[in-house]
Ligand binder design. Structure first.
Ligand code: SLL
Length: 279
């Protein structure tokens, strides 16, 4: 693809990851915990939201510009365009009765030169297929979470975009992050997919460790669909060290063999010279 104007060249050999979370959180209507607002049709059994957001509500709008959420056709205006607001999740809130697949189209900032990318997510209203512990957590929170952790890879980003991605974390005012789609931490712990279970718990610690909104840090551990991390980096380094050691070993062996051959050659030359002198 020809580079868009003003974004510079691509930064060769550079890969930048930005973690994010997308999914749905739904709640059954309940007279006490989640009363049905006036005007909601009788057959609607749940309120729910679908979102794309940063891990621990870190800002992602500096690389993600807008998200198009395509809902079921039975819902009025099923195609929703949501533009990013700094520090806020991209979110659509709805009510309904049935589960369906939501199509999410991610639009990156223009400096990225990236084409939009499509993700799919199944809206979960019911706690099917969860284990007892998860069901218990859902009973406590009244929520059915279905979240997926994802890492957005920018492969050889354009220079201008690289600058934006790496130009230092911006601190968000307290209270900006955390609004909206996330629900309580308990809801996160009760998340359905194993990817979410594996990813959500450690992220809190990890982001404290410095995966800030804007920094070119490599993720700390390997994750699904993410071949690059500090872990794999260490493995690569170890592999390179091993390779270096074996090359060094081979070189030493060859040098030793060479030395023996040179000695043999010198001896043969001496013999030949002596033979000629003597004969
Ligand atoms: C099903 N295949 O039959 C699915 C379709 C559609 C859900 C589910 C409508 C909400 C509204 C709604 O919940 N549709 O009328 O705004 O289960």
């Amino acid at each position: 693809m020809a580079p868009p104007s003003g974004v510079g060249k691509r930064v060769k050999g550079c890969q930048i990851y930005r973690p994010f979370v997308y999914g749905t959180t739904s709640r059954p209507f309940d007279d006490k915990k989640n009363p049905k607002p006036p005007g909601v049709p009788d057959d609607h059994t749940h309120s729910w939201k679908v979102f794309v957001k940063g891990v621990d509500d870190t800002d992602i709008t500096y690389w993600l510009r807008r998200v198009q959420f395509k809902l079921h056709e039975s819902i009025p205006n099923p195609v929703r365009m949501i533009d990013g607001e700094p520090g806020k999740p991209f979110v659509v809130e709805e009510t309904g009765w049935g589960e369906f697949e939501i199509t999410l189209k991610l639009y990156y900032i223009s400096e990225s030169g990236e084409k939009p990318q499509t993700l799919y997510h199944h809206l979960r209203l019911h706690p099917y297929g969860r284990n007892d512990e998860e069901r218990e957590a859902m009973r406590e929170t009244g929520q059915v979470p279905a979240w997926t952790y994802e890492e957005q890879l920018f492969n050889e980003p354009y220079e201008a975009f690289y600058e934006i991605l790496t130009s230092g974390a911006i601190a968000l005012p307290k209270g900006v992050a955390g609004s909206g789609a996330t629900g309580s931490p308990a809801a996160g712990g009760a998340s359905s997919s194993s990817a979410a279970n594996a990813a959500l718990a450690p992220i809190g610690k990890r982001s404290e460790g410095g995966v800030l909104a804007r920094s070119a840090m490599v993720p700390l551990t390997s994750r699904q669909k993410s071949p690059f991390s500090r872990e794999t980096e260490q493995l690569e380094i170890q592999k390179l060290k091993n390779a270096q050691n074996s090359v060094r070993g081979m070189t030493e062996k060859l040098l030793a063999e060479l030395r023996v051959k040179e000695e043999q050659l010198a001896a043969l030359r001496k013999e030949a010279t002596e033979a000629m002198a003597g004969g």
